[in-house]
Design a protein around this ligand. Structure first.
Ligand code: ADP
Ligand code: MG
Length: 294
């Protein structure tokens, strides 16, 4: 970067109250993108969605919360000098770690291959919260790319989010693991609503079949609302975009896949989650509170 990026980021976070930026009554929406099984497309989806929201004029913060296997920075060719680990260790302030990605999306990068980072201690978590809380009013959306599975850090980020977006492919293993994750979230954290994104589908029928299948299981066993948030086609250009370190939505903006992401962003903007209207607390407060329940 890095100097230029840091400078431009500092301008976003003046000493004076960052609350001034937000018109009254608006509040940030924190959405987690999560999965039971790894490799189902979380990072690709969250990156493309953030670009599409930015295209719609939204201020987006993307948090790489896949703490052990972080790769948003690589996907966006960012080469960050520091990561969230430096914040947790008290070496850096959060605005020094944050980098600017495509279309002005802000990214909080994590560290790869640092096993101690996969689970945050309560103290580390509180430290990060204090830092993050000062920034939240700068954004319309906070998108969180969680790790896969049911490790406590993953569950905690999900439990703290306003809306949980579960990603699955059509493979039976991905479906089973998606169900297992939602079941844990429902029983341990009383989550009653999930958004489903079906990735790598051949057509809409396939995506609907996955949705109906999961919904039927829930109707039988758990009192949970499952909302269809959208589906993304199987597209051979994803690996190409990853290799080019450019989001598909920018590499091929007119492709049907990019249009699917654009539609998802529009849907997201026009349908604020129920939880937001009811909740008084914010994402960061809840992230702190959940420490006690684990
Ligand atoms: N819709 C898709 N069509 C084809 N390949 C995809 C699609 N979504 C993701 N992939 C590929 O799947 C792999 C895993 O994606 P990634 O976003 O890294 O998953 P996760 O973050 O869940 O581990 C990548 O190689 C990516 O290129
Ligand atoms: Mg990932």
């Amino acid at each position: 970067m890095i100097r230029d990026q840091a400078h431009s980021l500092r301008q976003h976070f003046p000493e004076a109250s960052p609350k001034d930026y937000r018109p009254q009554g608006r509040r940030v929406r924190a959405l987690s993108f999560t999965s039971g099984k790894g490799g189902v497309g979380k990072t690709n989806i969250v990156v493309n969605l953030s670009v599409q929201l930015a295209k719609r004029g939204k201020k987006v913060l993307l948090i790489d919360a896949d703490l052990g296997l972080a790769n948003i920075d690589i996907m966006l060719n960012l080469n960050p000098q520091f990561t969230v680990e430096d914040v947790l260790l008290g070496k850096k302030q959060i605005h020094e770690v944050m980098v600017e990605g495509p279309l002005g999306v802000h990214i909080l990068p994590a560290s790869s291959g640092v096993s101690e980072m996969t689970e945050l201690s309560g103290e580390q978590q509180m430290h990060m919260l204090q830092q993050l809380a000062s920034l939240q009013d700068n954004y319309d959306f906070i998108l969180i790319d969680t790790g896969a599975g049911i490790a406590s850090t993953v569950l905690r980020f999900n439990a703290a989010a306003d809306e949980i977006c579960v990603i699955t492919t059509t493979e039976p293993t991905a479906l089973t693991d998606a169900y297992a994750l939602m079941k844990v979230m429902a029983t341990k954290y009383q989550v009653r609503k999930f958004n489903l994104i079906v990735n790598q589908v051949g057509n809409m029928k396939e995506a609907k079949a996955v949705y109906e299948k999961l919904k039927a299981v829930f109707q039988q066993f758990l009192p949970v609302d499952l909302m269809m948030m959208g589906f993304i086609p199987r597209d051979v250009n994803f690996p190409k975009a990853v290799r080019a370190q450019t989001p598909l939505s920018l590499l091929q903006p007119n492709s049907s896949t990019s249009k699917a992401f654009a539609l998802m962003a529009k849907h997201l903007e026009q349908n604020p989650g129920q939880s937001m209207e009811q909740e008084e607390t914010n994402f960061f407060t809840r992230l702190g509170l959940f420490k006690r329940r684990l």
